[in-house]
Write a protein that binds this ligand. Structure first.
Ligand code: NAD
Length: 323
């Protein structure tokens, strides 16, 4: 049976997600919501039209319905098996608020997010029981980091008796920051002297000004990233052994460095070693976020079909492969 998919948020990641789905037989994109409206078509949506209307008029609602409560209205009016939440988490409680909308609506199905901050994922964990009661299977942290790299670390850890460190280093290259406004704002929130509130409050001109001062480069160290919580919950190591940092170039689609995760540990023979998993430089952030997100969405549907509901992280469940 084809999985009917909805995408919430139609910015950089949401549009890439729609493109990823175009080539799939296992899934069909039937619903999209953005800040100003939503569209639903059980027969499937035309991605070229969605993207051109969003670009020219600012909302997919012009192909469906304009609404100030787009997500709520979509939940109530669409038949969807699973949603990918490609939404900004600004403020840091936004995604948990969206999850509560689903719980309140009486909807049952599958949700996946590509949430980044540990404190945001903790809010999701607190909703675990409510997801279960609502009949929702929620997979959190299903992007690249957290996501693909966290899951790779969970697998790499199997060679060791004890894990000393998990070090995630990412390189992101994008041609212009405006294609991924929320991602860049949220990254700015990790810079020294900034937090998520100050980043959210910055005007586009202020973001440009900051990027002008740094030549378009954001250098991020010791980020608050939920990979730490996910690996701790999976019983792999305590969260203080996990570090995440990276470099984002907002003016060049070429990656400034190769994204990788290094897992160092001690084997049962007493040897210390490091496994390194490196992503291909040609794979974009969008490919490494949207691919896993839908792989986990498919895995979540299989769990949901077996009446297994509640909250899981991407380090707990294997993603399926979406054909
Ligand atoms: P963006 O700014 O390009 O787009 C955001 C979209 O959300 C827009 O279409 C906007 O209309 C919509 N939106 C905002 N408020 C809304 C509301 N109340 N109701 C409905 N729609 C609303 O965002 P982006 O750069 O694509 O990033 C999306 C998220 O993905 C961010 O939170 C980012 O941190 C996350 N992300 C995760 C990873 C990972 O590896 N885990 C990597 C990159 C980005």
């Amino acid at each position: 049976m084809t999985i009917r998919v909805g995408v919430l948020g139609f910015g950089g990641l949401g549009q890439a997600a729609a493109r990823v789905l175009e080539a799939k037989q296992d899934m069909v994109l039937v619903a999209v919501a953005d800040r100003e409206g939503y569209v639903f078509n059980p027969a499937g949506l035309d991605v070229d039209r969605l993207i051109s209307v969003y670009r020219d008029r600012g909302s997919v609602g012009y192909l469906g319905h304009l609404s100030e409560n787009a997500i709520k209205d979509l939940i109530n009016n669409a038949a969807v098996d699973g949603y990918f939440l490609a939404l900004p988490n600004l403020p840091n409680t936004f995604m948990a608020d969206v999850a509560k909308l689903f719980i309140k609506s009486g909807w049952s199905g599958v949700l996946v997010d590509a949430l980044k901050r540990t404190s945001a994922m903790e809010q999701m964990l607190a909703l675990s029981k409510e997801f279960q009661t609502a009949g929702i299977t929620y997979l959190t942290g299903c992007g690249a980091t957290p996501g693909l790299l966290t899951a790779a670390a969970a697998i790499a850890a199997q060679s060791y008796a004890e894990i000393h460190s998990v070090k995630i280093t990412f390189g992101v290259g994008i041609a212009n920051w405006e294609a991924y406004r929320a991602t860049i704002r949220e990254d700015i929130g990790h810079l020294p002297g900034y937090d998520i509130q100050t980043a959210k409050a910055m005007s586009d001109a202020e973001v440009e000004e900051l990027l002008d001062r740094t030549d378009g480069i954001l250098k991020l160290e010791n980020m608050e990233h939920a990979d730490d919580l996910m690996l701790e919950l999976a019983g792999i190591c305590s969260r203080d052994r996990v570090t995440v940092g990276g470099i984002v170039d907002t003016r060049n689609p070429k990656k400034p460095l190769s994204t990788n995760v290094q897992v160092t540990g001690r084997t049962f023979e007493g040897k210390t070693s490091t496994h390194t998993f490196t992503l291909g430089d040609e794979t974009s952030m969008a490919a490494n976020v949207c691919g896993p997100a839908f792989g986990y969405l498919k895995a979540a549907v299989a769990l949901h079909d077996r009446h297994i509901n509640g909250l899981f992280t991407a380090a707990e469940v294997m993603p399926s492969f979406v054909r």
